[in-house]
Design a protein around this ligand. Structure first.
Ligand code: SF4
Ligand code: SF4
Length: 428
């Protein structure tokens, strides 16, 4: 039986009432060709080409890949390599933004069955927009689709500070419901649950109203206990089904989609315009005026912060994503990509690295782990390089939620060690 552990966090949803605003176009965008889990794309444009907003600029024949589109009209000025936050060397395309913006010609897309839905999700350039970046079309292409009876929509947004999905729920509820109905119709899925943490009562109320009278769509109000939005936790809390090690949700009859992803799929089908922009929250204790902004993909973080009037020089730490699972940014020229949902800035006091001390065997990390793992034993196994023990302790079930690190009084880097341990297993 899955233990439903986790941690109570302060929510800091300071930007929840901040309506999304569009930032002005930057002078250039730099668009990475790997913005998803899987294989990066190859450029389909060359230096000197002019492109329109929405035009395909990168694609791949690999199944586990997602096409990339230009977020602006302009001229390709460079195609080069860079070191992604994953540490991999990837390709990116720089486009100088034209004074006059031209968009590709597009029209509504006819989607009637699984094949056309999968094609639409791919053509839209969709990869889990909540942060995971898993290619949406791969999820929807599950081969035994007749065995899937439930769609779970992730509106938990359980990380502190971030309100990007929350604003999606308040600003585009009709796109969410229409997107869910589209997926239900094309895949023959009877039931859909929209899982939302109970710290977002107005989103729960609005979506419950919108879902009323819609066949099989229910809103699940979930306890605000981090990591409520983790796939396995969310599935269990919405359906009672347990995803075992080595299984994917579809093996248990469930497909999970992020709430902004399903709304974006609906918008693509309505317009034929692929994903070019992303809503992100700007917050953190260094930020005086938290906000939500819609940003052309490929815009440098430094441009977004300049526009927001934030002088980042005195910030001690900048994160892309939440404080629990976000990545620290080492270069503010890093571009915003599809699965970014926040830029958070913290001052010296919040960004301090506490000193690590010896484990006192208090067991708090075990109590906190939503996957029922033993983080302290995993750390020991990794330090010993004991691959068999790491396997026996099921390190691959770790979702890197950070709960163990958060609760540890000895400030041990438990979640980080698990990331390294999984890498060690992949090498063997
Ligand atoms: S990071 Fe991994 S080991 Fe630590 S609490 Fe989360 S799932 Fe458990
Ligand atoms: S929470 Fe920290 S100190 Fe306590 S058992 Fe786990 S690793 Fe040791």
């Amino acid at each position: 039986m899955l233990k439903l552990n986790g941690v109570k966090l302060s929510h800091y949803k300071n930007s929840k009432d901040a309506q999304t605003v569009d930032i002005p176009l930057p002078p250039t965008v730099t668009i990475p060709l790997l913005q998803h889990m899987g294989v990066g794309c190859e450029p389909v444009v060359a230096v000197g080409d002019t492109v329109k907003a929405g035009q395909l600029i990168g694609d791949s024949e690999a199944a586990f890949s997602v096409p990339v589109h230009s977020s602006v009209a302009g001229t390709v000025t460079a195609i080069g390599k860079y070191v992604a936050s994953s540490g991999k060397i990837e390709t990116q395309i720089t486009i100088e933004v034209a004074p006059e913006q031209e968009t590709i010609e597009c029209a509504p897309v006819e989607v009637t069955d699984q094949a056309s839905l999968v094609a639409a999700a791919r053509a839209a350039g969709l990869a889990g927009l909540g942060g995971a970046g898993f290619p949406t079309h791969i999820k929807l292409a599950y081969k035994d689709i007749d065995k899937v009876d439930t769609l779970v929509i992730n509106g938990a947004e359980c990380e502190p500070y971030i309100t990007s999905d929350y604003r999606e729920m308040l600003e585009s509820p009709d796109d969410i419901i229409a997107g869910i109905e589209l997926v239900q119709k094309c895949l023959g899925i009877a039931n859909a649950y929209i899982g939302i943490e109970d710290n977002k009562p107005d989103a729960i109320k609005l979506l419950t109203e919108k879902a009323s009278g819609k066949a099989g769509i229910k809103v699940s109000s979930l306890p605000s206990l981090y990591p409520q939005g983790a796939e396995k936790v969310l599935i269990y809390n919405c359906t009672g089904r347990i995803i075992e090690e080595g299984e994917i949700p579809a093996d248990k009859g469930v497909i999970v989609m992020n709430i902004t992803t399903v709304a974006s799929l609906c918008r693509y089908v309505k317009t034929g315009m692929p994903l070019t922009h992303k809503r992100i929250t700007i917050d953190g204790n260094y930020v005086k005026k938290p906000m939500n902004v819609r940003v052309p993909i490929g815009t440098a973080i430094s441009y977004v912060l300049d526009w927001a009037g934030i002088h980042e020089e005195l910030a001690r730490k900048v994160l892309m994503g939440g404080p629990m699972m976000g990545m620290a940014v080492y270069d503010l020229n890093t571009p915003v990509i599809k699965n970014n949902n926040a830029i958070l800035l913290f001052d010296e006091q919040k960004a301090v690295f506490p000193r690590t001390t010896a484990c006192i065997r208090c067991g708090r990390c075990i109590d906190a782990c939503p996957m029922n793992l033993m983080p302290t034993a995993l750390e020991h196994a990794y330090d010993q390089g004991d691959v068999e023990r790491l396997k026996a302790l099921k390190v691959n079930l770790c979702i890197n939620c950070g709960c163990c690190t958060y609760v540890c009084p000895a400030k041990r880097h438990l979640a980080q060690k698990n990331t390294l341990a999984k890498g060690l297993l992949r090498k063997k």
